[in-house]
Design a protein around this ligand. Structure first.
Ligand code: ATP
Length: 347
């Protein structure tokens, strides 16, 4: 069921339109990431869902009820901010029980719930310690425990992991996802990190300039991007301008046999580096010269010039030990791996 519905939501700050007519449905129990470059409106959208900003236009519904006028503290949601906003003068236990106390819970009930929550975020027994005695990752867990204290219907997080180092960040991504799956709570996370969004979510919402470019499962958005923007934003993409010909789509570097397009008209296509096949002979449909190679550990990244296009391909290690900068090679661009965008950029 679609528990949260945004209907044509717009937010303007004077002349700036931060969110521009966004409609989306979030099903109960799903993990959704709002993803996009800085300034695209992610935080503004999350804050409107939380009740911390009023939409200029549009409607927000929770379980079918309009909540535009419901104040933040009555929306039954838990929120984790980028800054965490923990109270440094309160103990860990007091931080976590703060929202419970505001709701009038007894001291004994608070103590039981704090122990439960600390077990859940894998920090048992630290309730009497000071916030200042915790590492970044541990503070993160306390902020999560506090947000979940009131068993919210909706769990909202704004760049929750951005202050953590890369390794801890990956570990916390797994923990956060496991916690969400265990609780089955509808969760919306704002991030500008596409790897984070791809690895955690059921659905990603790719945003640009206050609008939704695509809402889809991570794999669908990666394999079938709705626009060149999505293709480029989610990992690496080769965007190539082609035109229809008898030998398949053609560009300055050669042909893509099997990719049939109307003859003459120009179109943009996208293909992922790992889908391009590099072979050491020169007889293939696309001729290219290697201009740069770098070892990435589990793959080799090869930069090639094919006609007027710069193309990036990924190959397994050791398979190309005879390839060097300056070598001429052939590329195969499998037609089934190409996403064709219309003349206006839409797929
Ligand atoms: P970031 O990843 O940098 O946090 P974002 O995608 O979350 O970016 P928002 O913070 O939602 O983007 O901002 C969207 C646009 O709205 C930006 O142009 C921003 O400058 C503008 N904006 C946000 N809040 C306000 C405000 N209170 N007053 C005026 N303009 C604002």
């Amino acid at each position: 069921m679609s528990g949260l519905q945004l209907i044509d939501i717009t937010k303007r700050y004077g002349a700036v339109t931060a969110v521009d007519g966004i409609s989306l449905d979030v099903n109960d129990g799903t993990f959704v990431c709002l993803l996009g470059p800085s300034g695209c409106g992610k935080t503004t959208l999350l804050r409107m869902i939380a009740g911390l900003e009023d939409p200029t236009a549009g409607e927000i519904r929770l379980q079918g009820d309009r909540i535009n006028e419901t104040p933040a503290h009555k929306r039954n949601l838990g929120m984790v901010f980028q800054s965490l906003a923990l109270f440094p003068h309160l103990s860990i236990g007091e931080n976590i029980s703060y929202p419970l106390k505001i709701r009038g819970a007894s001291r004994a009930d608070c103590e039981v719930r704090v122990r439960e929550l600390l077990d859940m975020v894998q920090l048992p027994g630290v309730e009497n310690r000071a916030i200042t005695q915790l590492s970044g990752g541990q503070r993160q867990r306390v902020a999560i425990a506090r947000a979940l204290a009131v068993s919210p219907q909706l769990f909202l997080l704004d760049e929750p992991l951005s202050a953590l180092d890369a390794k801890l960040r990956e570990a916390m991504q797994v923990e956060l996802r496991q916690l969400q799956q265990h609780l089955g709570i509808t969760t919306i996370v704002v991030t500008h990190d596409q790897r984070e969004a791809m690895s955690m979510s059921d659905q990603i919402v790719v945003m640009s300039n206050g609008k939704v470019e695509q809402m889809a499962t991570p794999i669908e958005a990666y394999k079938r991007p709705a626009s060149p923007f999505v293709a480029d934003f989610l990992g690496q993409a080769n965007l190539i301008r082609v035109q229809g010909s008898e030998a398949g789509a053609a560009f300055s570097g050669g042909n893509i046999p099997g990719l049939d397009l109307p003859a003459g008209g120009q179109t943009l296509i996208s293909i992922r580096p790992e889908d391009i096949v590099v072979t050491a002979d020169e007889g293939g449909p696309v001729k290219a010269d290697i201009v740069f190679i770098r070892e990435m550990g589990s793959t080799i990244e090869i930069h090639l010039d094919a006609g007027n296009e710069r193309i990036i391909a990924l190959a397994p290690p050791k398979s190309h030990c005879d390839l060097r900068i300056g070598t001429s090679v052939s590329l195969t661009l499998p037609p089934e791996a190409c996403v064709v965008f219309g003349a206006d950029g839409a797929s």
